[in-house]
Design a protein around this ligand. Structure first.
Ligand SMILES: CC(C)(COP(=O)(O)OP(=O)(O)OC[C@H]1O[C@@H](n2cnc3c(N)ncnc32)[C@H](O)[C@@H]1OP(=O)(O)O)[C@@H](O)C(=O)NCCC(=O)NCCS
Length: 173
């Protein structure tokens, strides 16, 4: 499914943060959170190779991966995006913050922007997220965003699904 335009990566603007495409010049600062297929990059070169795959996945319509930019410093504090399910009109939402930015509300706003974009611009019919039973901060984040637990899956994984409150994400436009 081709959900995105090749020449226009979606930029989503909020009050305190925006979502934008990650550039090679960002990668040095993002080593701690540079992953592809759950493997962490060990060098900036590896991170660049992973970013090239991420860019191709976007062009193929298989995923979208944003950097979350803090407006006050113009730096990326973390990433979020949709990584699976787009071929079915659904989206698995994932996210990770650089640890020095934990506990400041950045991800709540970043994920809210991604949800609004997913529902209102990508037309996703369902948004879900998976984490582990032990991941308290992720569970708190998902519940704050109106996700509800729908399944205990393999190992200790749990799956959450968004239950959008009517108009909640329309008001963010
Ligand atoms: C999951 C993860 C993103 C959550 O990070 P987080 O810092 O708790 O989330 P937020 O950025 O939304 O910050 C929310 C916290 O900041 C607090 N906060 C402080 N200032 C705030 C402000 N100005 N606005 C909003 N919240 C603020 C909130 O009260 C909340 O704290 P609490 O959870 O103790 O109540 C982070 O732990 C992470 O990157 N983990 C590794 C990757 C991962 O597990 N991903 C999940 C996949 S589903």
């Amino acid at each position: 499914m081709k959900l995105f335009q090749h020449d226009h990566f979606p930029h989503v603007t909020g009050n305190r943060v925006s979502l934008r495409q990650i550039l090679d010049t960002d990668l040095d600062d993002l080593m701690e959170i540079s992953f592809y297929d759950a493997v962490q990059a060990q060098t900036v070169q590896q991170a660049a190779e992973m970013q090239a795959k991420i860019n191709q996945d976007y062009l193929d319509g298989n995923s979208i991966h944003w950097g979350i930019v803090d407006h006050s410093t113009n730096t990326i504090v973390g990433t979020c995006g949709y990584y699976r399910g787009l071929d079915r009109g659904e989206g698995e939402l994932g996210c990770v913050l650089l640890s020095k930015y934990y506990g400041q509300g950045y991800m709540t706003e970043g994920m809210s922007l991604a949800i609004e974009f997913g529902l209102n611009h990508m037309g996703l019919k369902r948004i879900w997220a998976a984490t582990s039973q032990q991941n308290g901060p992720a569970i708190k984040l998902l519940e704050r965003l109106n996700f509800v637990k729908i399944a205990d899956t393999a190992e200790d994984e749990i799956e959450y699904e968004l239950r959008p409150v009517i108009n909640q994400y329309h008001s963010m436009k």
